[in-house]
Design a binder for this molecule. Sequence first.
Ligand code: TXA
Ligand code: MG
Length: 356
Amino acid sequence: MSVVNTVADAAAIAAGARVLEAGGLVAFPTETVYGLGADAENPAAVARIYEAKGRPNDHPVIVHVAPGADLDYWVTDIPDVARQLVAAFWPGPLTLILKRASHIPDAVSGGQDTVGIRCPSHPVAIALLTAFKGGRGGVAAPSANKFGNVSPTTAQHVRDEFHLDDVEEGSITGEPACSAGLHVTVLEGGASQVGIESTIVDLSRLATHGAVLLRPGHITAQQIADVIGQLPAAPDQAAPRASGTLESHYAPRTPVTMVAHAALADTVAQLQARGARVAVIGHACGELGDNMRLLPAEPVGYAYGIYAALREMDLVQADVILVETPPQDDAWLGVNDRLRRSVFGSTGILARFLSQ
Ligand code: TXA
Ligand code: MG
């Protein structure tokens, strides 16, 4: 895989749009996380996303559209509540699952009869989507990380994730991805403002299931309810269709475990006494040594910093990353959802150390 780095001025954005139009891959900033984008109506281009991510190809990807895009072009049977949510939250971190229009490739919908669609609010994303096919295109984009890894919230995270820094920099030529290797154009846009992925609401089975919250995020269930008049339901077990809802996801290489505030200092001391190298992500605990990131003790600031903190603490080569358990109330739902999945697979890690 090779890369062309660029800062996202108007010329870079125009060039990024040409890369997409030619079937290539463009990593671009959104307000949630960086996405790895391809033309949603070009199955060969979408296949390159799966190849780059190492993602199973039955997983659907979200279609990103420009502000004011014609919803009827992308989805059918649009319920009124969908239009109300679009009016309230787009551009913004909300993805709607709706019945797909027939021209959407199976590669995008994972072969399902639905599609996820969202209009992001990051100015670089808006500029790219507005330039691409004159604002009439859709960009299929999952988060720009290898399947199962921590999502990227900066362009540097994207380059780290795909080992793109070794490649020489240059200006965009607009060449399509070639078969010899995958080319990715990375558009710079600073740190993603929200920091965790969009809230996903399934409106495709409204009559039988009501609105369903598939993935919590910055836009809360209560905010949705304020617009549509009902709280979205929790997903039923039969429909684990979002890869972000797999039990193991967002996981650094170092095992992660949650520790309650009251036990944290003691746990750190006990682990260190047994020779373990410990990294800590806290929010209310105060300083606990060198390998530590202290995040804001409120959910919006915490979400903004959590993925960068996980990546940073993953690099200090600790034996374990201890995360001070955040509050459990609804405002923290998105954060706790991501943390729970990054912990998966490290159950029992503390017991193993402490029994040594
Ligand atoms: O904030 C976000 O949503 C970011 C940025 C780049 O927009 N994107 C993102 O994409 O998180 P990804 O692929 O990492 O997660 C999208 C989730 C996946 O879990 C996928 O399974 C789910 O959305 N999804 C997409 N289409 C769906 C559909 N038709 N039905 C159910 N889930 C769907
Ligand atoms: Mg993802």
